[in-house]
Design a binder for this molecule. Sequence first.
Ligand code: GFB
Length: 311
Amino acid sequence: MEKNAKIYIAGHRGMVGSAIHRKLRALGFDNLLLRTSDKLDLRNQQAVADFFAAEQPEYVFLAAAKVGGILANNALRADFLYDNLAIQNNVVHQAYVHGVKKLLFLGSSCIYPKLAPQPIKEEYLLTGLLEPTNEPYAIAKIAGIKLCEAYHDQYGCNFISVMPTNLYGYHDNYHPEHSHVLPALLLRLHEAKAANQPTVTVWGSGKPMREFLFADDLADACVFLMGSYDDPQLVNVGTGEDLSIKELAYLIKSIVGYEGELVFDPSKPDGTPRKLMDVSKLQALGWHHTTSLEMGVRLVYEDFLASCSGQ
Ligand code: GFB
């Protein structure tokens, strides 16, 4: 991408989009096209068509999506399917209509079969049944991957798909029910420490294994792939390392400095037992993550404390 290229970041206020925004600004890209959802509803076909016709972006990072943790995915099944299909259909199609030079579509590790062999290679897509709690979201993201592939095959569009593992970072969602595990536990343990609560509840058995990537590392990988990867076959992005939810809970407990006990609640779903990405394809291309989980959680907690105290 040329430094003055017109680059549209769809979803620039979200955790991933804001990290891509920071990364591009830091690299000196200054012709960035941004729209908040109240100015441009990406589910609205005509609004997206009018926006592309007026602005003619050259590159698109498609980081806009309806996302959430295991309960949100399960409870808001229609919204997760409809909103994500609508957003990606509109943006990908208009990128084709208006001759966008390159588009990067962001998916998720939940596109892979629930019981995929570990670590998960890109070619395991569509080889088995999905995790039921997030099937609607996964189906939408699989459709997005196939849409990018199809526009490449039929029209020669340079549309690529990137599959990040579980993410955390700045501007995460701290909703008590709908957030992902890492921000949920950070908030719960922080509040329990402040209130001197003797116990904190962690959902599920604590046994599921998860891999976590700092969103700023993902943004770095996205900019790297935008500059160097032109194949419609998807690419996993992760660290290649995972830990149990129990280990994660104890790590956050120590960073927050909470001294009470953790109690596991088996009435809440565990979800997929393990989803560790095989990142050998990305590493062979020359990219590696730089932020360890402990460092990333410390950075996020510092940011959380700063925003709590209004700094
Ligand atoms: O982060 P999470 O909601 O995402 O849950 P998934 C991960 C694991 O942490 C599950 C457990 O086993 C949860 O039961 N967990 C423990 C908690 N305490 C909590 C808590 O307080 N909140 C939450 N949310 N979980 C999502 C998918 O699955 O991952 C999405 O539903 C997407 O589609 C996303 O792919 C990355 O990894 O289970």
